[in-house]
Every structure is written in structure tokens, then in C-alpha cells.
Write a protein that binds this ligand. Structure first.
Ligand SMILES: NC(=O)c1ccc[n+]([C@@H]2O[C@H](COP(=O)([O-])OP(=O)(O)OC[C@H]3O[C@@H](n4cnc5c(N)ncnc54)[C@H](O)[C@@H]3O)[C@@H](O)[C@H]2O)c1
Length: 259
């Protein structure tokens, strides 16, 4: 067994959503460092471009494009951009997601909020899977990684919609694994615990952090690189016989906002 080959993505094309910042940016960087040509997409083109520029500066291959995953036409355009730029799609990281701040008072949110969370966290990943799968099958290599959340298996206050949307994303993957297996496509999920990004910073207080650390055996919060490492595993040939799985990356513990 050659370790280098098992982690080699040279010649493979990866598409990452929400890649202008945080976990999506980290995933783009690590996939590029393994040799993939990365389509870095984000709602904000300038952030996507900054990620792509950093990759290129480090010797990697990347192209930036704008994609609002809430817009069906932009999802189609994203896959078309990847095919036009690099010829196919082999790896898809459904990273862009919203919610999770413990701000979902069930008596205050309305249907439009619920629809928006599900559109972002479930419908967009589903649609991108559908759009990318034929290219993955044709190319002979396909790996999809959904970024879900520890919330998908936790129970806590004011998180019902986000948590259930991420649980749906887990279940989408474990079921699509059956539909896609014969096409040579694997689909798995990475569920981050509390990971230091802008979205976490918007809800983290010293008190919440201290409580989270008390429930985290490895006694630190996650870094983007911790999550990106798990995504790399699922993207690479080393996980060739792994599909339909959810890997929680959480320091061995459970970090919730209301502990
Ligand atoms: N950070 C955590 O603690 C944590 C924990 C569990 C799960 N997650 C999940 O990880 C994923 C990434 O979160 P993050 O913490 O890196 O967030 P982040 O806020 O750091 O980055 C999110 C990125 O997504 C982009 N984005 C926002 N709306 C978009 C849209 N409509 N279309 C395309 N891109 C859009 C933003 O511009 C930004 O670049 C999300 O799915 C989130 O639910 C994060």
C-alpha cells in the first residue's frame, strides 16, 4: 500500500460551496494541497477569489466563482462552470449552510425561516448531488461530502429547525449511498463540533466556551483544519470502501450552546 497514492487527488476536480471563509475555505485548501483542481464557490465572489488566490500562490490549482446556493440556476451554473473549466466533477463538498446559533425560538420563527434553512441545508446539497453525479459516474471517480453538524444528533433548545435540517442531510447521504453506489460514487458526512469560524464567533461568549470545554475531552474547540482533514479522508482513495457514513469531528465531546 502506498500512502501517497491513497491521499493523491491529482487530476481530480473538486467543487466546494461556501468556500470563501471558514470550513469551506479550509476544505478547498486541503483538497488543493492533495492535488485536486478546486472550484472555489461562495455567495461572495471576492471571498471565493481570495481563497483561490491563496491556493494558487501555494502552488495549487483553483478557480473562483460566485454561487448563491439558494438559487437553483446558480447551482446548475456552478456545475457547468466546473465542467467547462476542468472537464468534470469528481468531488463535491456541500459546505454552505446556515442556522445553528440557538436562535430558533419555536414560537417566533415562521414558515419562511424554516423554508430558507431547509433550502440551504437540504435542498441545495440534494440538487448539487443530482447535478454532479452523472459527471462523477462518467469520470469513474466520485466522492460527495456533506458538512452536517453535531446538532444533527444532539437535542437542545432553540435549534429544532437547524438540527433537523442537518439530520436530514445525514439521512440524505446514507440513503443516496444506495442509489449512487453502483455508479462508483461514495457519499458521506462530516459533522463538526464547535469549530472556530466567523459563524461560531457570532454566538460564542467566554461563559459558553468554558462550558463547552468542560464537555470536550480533548479540551479545545475545533479548528477549520480538524474538519478539513476529515473531508480529505472521505474525498481520497483511502476511503474507497466507505460510503453512507457520518463522522463527528468534535474533540470527543458534545458542545452545545445551552449547557
Ligand atoms: N463552525 C461551526 O462550529 C460549525 C459547527 C457545525 C456545523 N457547521 C457547518 O459548517 C458549514 C460551514 O460553516 P462555517 O462555520 O465555516 O461558516 P462561515 O460563516 O465561516 O462561512 C460560511 C461561508 O458560506 C458562505 N455563504 C453564506 N450564505 C451562502 C449562500 N447562500 N450561498 C453560498 N455561500 C454562502 C459565506 O459567504 C461564507 O463564506 C455550515 O454548513 C455549518 O452549518 C459549522
Amino acid at each position: 500500500m502506498n500512502t501517497k497514492e491513497l491521499f493523491d487527488l491529482k487530476g481530480k476536480v473538486a467543487v466546494v460551496t461556501g468556500a470563501g471563509n471558514g470550513i469551506g475555505k479550509g476544505c478547498s485548501e486541503i483538497l488543493a494541497s492533495a492535488g485536486a483542481s478546486v472550484v472555489v464557490s461562495d455567495l461572495k465572489l471576492e471571498n471565493a477569489q481570495a481563497t483561490a488566490d491563496e491556493i494558487i500562490k501555494s502552488g495549487g490549482i483553483a478557480s473562483a466563482t460566485a454561487c448563491n446556493v439558494l438559487d437553483e440556476n446558480e447551482l446548475s451554473a456552478l456545475i457547468e462552470f466546473a465542467v467547462k473549466t476542468y472537464g468534470t466533477v469528481n468531488i463535491l463538498v456541500n459546505n454552505a449552510g446556515i442556522g445553528g446559533g440557538g436562535r430558533e425560538n419555536p414560537f417566533k420563527i415562521d414558515r419562511a425561516y424554516v423554508e430558507r434553512i431547509y433550502a440551504m441545508n437540504v435542498f441545495a446539497p440534494w440538487q448539487l448531488c443530482k447535478l454532479a453525479a452523472p459527471y462523477m459516474e462518467k469520470s469513474g471517480y466520485g466522492s460527495i461530502v456533506n458538512i452536517t453538524s453535531m446538532s444533527s444528533i444532539n437535542n437542545e433548545a432553540n435549534m429544532a429547525i437547524y438540527a433537523s435540517s442537518k439530520a436530514a442531510l445525514n439521512h440524505l447521504a446514507s440513503n443516496l449511498a444506495f442509489d449512487y453506489g453502483h455508479m462508483g460514487i461514495r457519499i458521506n458526512c462530516v459533522g463538526p463540533g464547535a469549530t472556530r469560524t466567523h459563524s461560531l464567533a457570532s454566538v460564542l461568549t467566554p461563559k459558553i466556551e468554558a462550558k463547552m470545554l468542560a464537555h470536550t475531552p480533548l479540551h479545545r474547540l475545533g479548528e477549520v483544519s480538524d474538519i478539513a482533514g476529515a473531508v480529505l479522508y472521505f474525498a481520497c482513495p483511502i476511503s474507497a470502501w466507505v460510503s453512507g457514513q457520518v463522522l463527528m469531528v468534535n474533540g470527543g465531546g458534545v458542545q452545545t450552546l445551552d449547557m
